[in-house]
Structures are given as structure tokens and as C-alpha cells.
Design a protein around this ligand. Structure first.
Ligand code: HEM
Ligand code: HEM
Length: 183
């Protein structure tokens, strides 16, 4: 089933909330583990990040087939263009962020995988990670940090926009994403 103006498909709703919950959790975990230097959490962050990446790619493929959502009611051209641009930037950042995490973890010699499944092996010598490329490691680390905070900012604005539709405009935008619209 495809999305319509009245109702979103189960795929759209399930993928939106699955990806939203994992990303919000990953940002919180990422900031916490970096701030508190909780090294034991890094592998968990990478494992969940890679699982989220699979859901993100599925979502992107689904969006590609389905197109972006039509507004629930007519809106000004500028509002529509802003919404479309915001959704495209959100989609792009969700794809780019895990890739920069992989670049950093791979190039730094720390490696990454999904729990016990090692996908990109670590390179340790006497307990120290040996970088494959110090330059790519630095680029990946900086991008992952900056883009992570940029995504967090956009998510706050995005959630605020959704709430504005619900509380101030009193339209069905949020209800449609919650699967609460008839038809
Ligand atoms: C509490 C958090 C969130 C709320 C309340 C929320 C709400 C919504 C709503 C109501 C829509 C439908 C907009 C429309 O009909 O035009 C939507 C779409 C969308 N949201 Fe969120 N969202 C949240 C979190 C996120 C997060 C964390 C991301 C990704 C980083 C995200 C990415 C998107 C994208 C890309 C769309 C376009 C439609 C789609 O791809 O399914 N949202 N969101
Ligand atoms: C959508 C998925 C992801 C999100 C939203 C995310 C978000 C974040 C955030 C916000 C931070 C904290 C950055 C900082 O405070 O400087 C972080 C740190 C980190 N993330 Fe991710 N991440 C994701 C996926 C991944 C993946 C797939 C990997 C590796 C395979 C990864 C590896 C790391 C590492 C190693 C750090 C620590 C960086 C440092 O020490 O400076 N992340 N992540």
C-alpha cells in the first residue's frame, strides 16, 4: 500500500518511528559515552548504529518509490518548500552520519561490527589502535561529531514543527504519522 493524502502506509509509519527512536537514542548514547569516556559503550553504539543503518537504507528505498508525503491540507508554497527541504536534509543526514562513523572507526584502527560479528577488523598493537589512515580518522571523527549535533538541532526543529501542526494549526499532520487518521 502506498501513502495517500489521508493515510500513510504501515511501512512509512513503522520505518519513521523505528529510525526516529534509534537515532534519538544513538545521539544521546553517543554524547554520553564521549563526555564520560565510557569506552565499553562504544561497541554498543556502533552495533546499534549499524543496525539502524540497515533500517535507514530500507527507509530511503521506500521513500524513493513512494515520494515525499503530500501535505494534509493546502499550504503556502514557501511552507511546502521548507518542509520538503527539511525532510530531504533529514534523510541525507541519517545516511551520511553512520557512514562517517564507519570511516572514523575503520580508519582509526578501532574497527566496527554488530555485537559478536566483526565487520571491519580492529588493528591493535600493544593495546593501542594502529590507524589505517590518521587523516581519514580525523576527518571521519570531526564530521561524525559536527553532523551529529547538526542532526540533533534539525530533529528539535522538526519535532517542534510537528507539534505546531498539532496544537496550533490543529491539522492531521502528526495524527497521520501516528496512524490515527481514518480512510
Ligand atoms: C519526536 C520526534 C518526531 C516527531 C514528533 C516527528 C513527526 C513527524 C511527522 C508528523 C511527519 C509527517 C510530516 C508530513 O506529513 O509532512 C514526519 C516526517 C518525517 N520525519 Fe519525523 N518526527 C520525529 C522524529 C524524526 C527523526 C528523529 C527523524 C530522522 C532523523 C525524522 C525524519 C522525518 C522524515 C525524513 C520525514 C518525511 C517523511 C518520511 O520520510 O517518512 N523524524 N515526522
Ligand atoms: C545514525 C546513526 C548514528 C548516530 C545518530 C550517531 C551519533 C553520534 C553522536 C551524536 C556522537 C557523539 C559525538 C561527539 O560528542 O563528538 C557519536 C559518537 C561516536 N560514534 Fe556515532 N552515531 C551513529 C552511528 C555510528 C556508527 C555506525 C559508528 C561506527 C561504526 C559510530 C561510531 C561512533 C564513535 C566511534 C563515536 C565516538 C567519537 C569520538 O570519540 O569523538 N556511530 N555518534
Amino acid at each position: 500500500m502506498m501513502d495517500t493524502k489521508q493515510k500513510f502506509s504501515l511501512a512509512t509509519i513503522a520505518l519513521h518511528w523505528l529510525v526516529a527512536a534509534s537515532i534519538i537514542g544513538l545521539i544521546a548514547l553517543g554524547i554520553y559515552m564521549v563526555e564520560t569516556e565510557s569506552w565499553h559503550l562504544y561497541h554498543i553504539h556502533k552495533s546499534i548504529g549499524l543496525l539502524a543503518f540497515a533500517a535507514i537504507l530500507a527507509r530511503l528505498a521506500w521513500r524513493w518509490r513512494n515520494g515525499l508525503p503530500q501535505p494534509v491540507r493546502p499550504m503556502s508554497r514557501i511552507a511546502h518548500v521548507t518542509a520538503v527541504a527539511a525532510h530531504i536534509v533529514l534523510l541525507i543526514l541519517t545516511v551520511v552520519l553512520p557512514i562517517t562513523g564507519m570511516i572514523y572507526s575503520g580508519a582509526s584502527g578501532n574497527g566496527f561490527g554488530i555485537f559478536d560479528w566483526e565487520i571491519f577488523p580492529s588493528r591493535y598493537d600493544a593495546g593501542q589502535a594502529v590507524p589505517l589512515s590518521a587523516q581519514w580518522s580525523d576527518i571521519g571523527q570531526a564530521m561524525h561529531g559536527y553532523l551529529g549535533y547538526l542532526l540533533l538541532t534539525l530533529i528539535v526543529l522538526h519535532a517542534a514543527a510537528a507539534l505546531k501542526h498539532h496544537v496550533i494549526d490543529k491539522d492531521a499532520t502528526l495524527k497521520r504519522m501516528l496512524g490515527r487518521t481514518p480512510g
